[in-house]
Design a binder for this molecule. Structure first.
Ligand SMILES: *Cc1c(COP(=O)(O)O)cnc(C)c1O
Length: 484
């Protein structure tokens, strides 16, 4: 990973006339007559000219400067950064599937439609819900879609309502999705166990509230064991329970949100079902609903009649399209390959190991790092920098120092209810050996915090890029390369 030679920009290694390919001499006119007089480029200013060796080495070196899940452990809490089996990529690259045009007529896309329908059915079974739309492009987009379904239902029943209740431990996308959907967010404070208090909820819940958005297990990794009572309180006043299903890696094969009286949830195929993510996508955030919300699902809906698949656009109550075409088809394929490879027993085992791995880390680092909430946790655990703060070392310093150990840092400063949070989610794909390497590094960093805090405050020391001035980067981003 580590390369101390400064890698120049590709523009800096360019020299005129160099090329990576040799093309035969043209046997056609260089410029088409019909284009004469039109705005056709004569050349591209500053276009880099390099040899094949140079371009290969340049991009290979750049790839070595980054960290990726194929390189090592990626403990980002809430992100479920699991290893993506290569078979998934192979399936998604099959030309017979990937090469189908999104506007191909239904009869030429029967295989693609069947695979999407199969995934919908599997997700219904996994979640215990009645219907699924695969359209949303990511988790946050699924949340927005789910909230639009809730709004459409309330509007159809005479009053869209005003408020959405969200616990203070929620992912930031929850309040923004509710807000974009035209709702005012009311925060519910977590109790000392880190969960929703039934009394607080009952106090806030009334006929003005459209829905409760709840993450289960929540972002502390704690299971909301009173979820059915929570749902009853919300339902009694005509509200809906929206579940943020990004943490399904803790439930799959063991517990189903549909049986927890949840009305609508989104899934992150790019988390729970192994599709690689980071760097901005593409992802896929299917929305699963109970029958009551099904009429409002986005258009089109895939239907099946006598073994033929078709797209139904004739659904007058639908909220309409939320994504061009049918969503990110290749991401769906990877998730489908993953689900079918593991099968029901494999999915259950995935969850069990994810929970075991997280608890192994929690127990191993207990006492070394501070745990604000000591409720039992599922697939992730949240420590804080409280003990290390006594030596003047913060969660940022700890994270930066981990880079020197060749490890990616955990999620930092989230959830907001844990000050100086270090949120760790190992996933089931890490071996005991890799977990131990991480645990030993975290313990070594704690010792360094007491013995040599400056070492941490100036970390990282051996990475290609040292500590960045994040304020400067945010205020004055350099987004354009100037050819000097
Ligand atoms: C990741 C995540 C989201 C948002 O998903 P995106 O695909 O990044 O939009 C929402 N809620 C929780 C709890 C998450 O972990």
């Amino acid at each position: 990973m580590i390369n101390l030679i400064r890698e120049p920009l590709i523009f800096e290694i360019s020299s005129p006339g160099k090329t990576g390919t040799r093309l035969p001499a043209l046997d056609v006119p260089e410029k088409l007559e019909v284009l004469e007089g039109l705005a056709v480029r004569e050349d591209i200013e500053g276009f880099p000219e390099v040899s094949e060796t140079e371009i290969t080495r340049h991009f290979t070196r750049l790839s070595q400067m980054n960290y990726c899940v194929d390189f090592g452990f990626y403990p980002l809490g809430s992100c479920t950064m699991k290893y993506n089996p290569k078979i998934n990529e192979k399936v998604a690259a099959l030309n017979s599937l990937a090469g189908v045009h999104p506007l191909a007529p239904e009869k030429l896309a029967q295989g693609n439609l069947e695979l999407m329908k199969t995934l919908e059915k599997l997700l219904c079974e996994i979640t215990g819900m009645d219907a699924v739309s695969l359209q949303p492009a990511a988790g946050a987009h699924g949340e927005l879609t789910g909230m639009m379904l809730i709004r459409a239902y309330h509007e159809a029943h005479g009053n869209p309502r005003k408020y959405v209740l969200i616990p203070d431990s929620a992912h930031g996308t929850n309040p923004s999705s509710a807000h974009i959907c035209g709702y005012t967010v009311k925060e519910i404070k977590s109790n000392e166990k880190g969960t929703i208090s039934l009394e607080d909820l009952a106090r806030e819940m009334n006929e003005e509230v459209a829905a409760l958005m709840v993450t289960n297990p929540n972002t502390l990794g704690v299971f909301e064991s009173e979820i059915c009572e929570i749902a009853e309180i919300v339902h009694a006043r005509g509200g809906f329970v929206y579940m943020d299903g990004a943490n399904l890696n803790a439930l799959t094969g063991i517990a189903r949100p549909g049986e927890m009286k949840v009305d609508v949830l989104h899934l992150n195929l790019h988390k729970t079902f192994s599709t690689p993510h980071g760097g901005g996508g593409p992802g896929s955030g299917p929305v699963a609903v109970k029958k009551i919300l099904e009429p409002y699902l986005p258009l089109p809906v895939i239907e099946e009649k006598e073994g033929r698949y078709y797209l139904n656009y004739n659904r007058p109550q639908s909220i309409g399209r939320v994504k061009s075409f049918y969503g990110h088809f290749l991401v769906m394929l990877k998730a489908l390959a993953y689900i079918l490879t593991l099968g029901p027993a494999g999915l259950r085992e995935m969850t069990e190991i994810a929970v075991l791995n997280s608890n192994y880390i929690r127990k191993s680092l207990e006492g070394v790092y501070h745990l604000k909430y000591d409720s039992p946790t599922l697939h992730e655990c949240v420590f804080s920098d409280k003990f290390q703060k006594e030596s003047g070392v913060s969660n940022l310093d700890i994270s930066k120092r981990l880079l020197d150990y060749g490890l990616h840092p955990p999620t930092m400063s989230f959830p907001l209810i844990v000050h100086g949070a270090l949120m760790i989610e190992p996933t089931e794909t890490e071996s005991r050996r890799d977990l131990d390497l991480f645990i030993e590094a975290m313990k070594a960093i704690d010792r360094e915090a007491r013995e040599n805090p400056d070492l941490l405050r100036t970390a990282p020391h051996i990475t290609y890029v040292r500590r960045l001035d994040e304020v400067q980067a945010a205020r004055n981003p350099v987004l354009r390369w100037e050819n000097k």
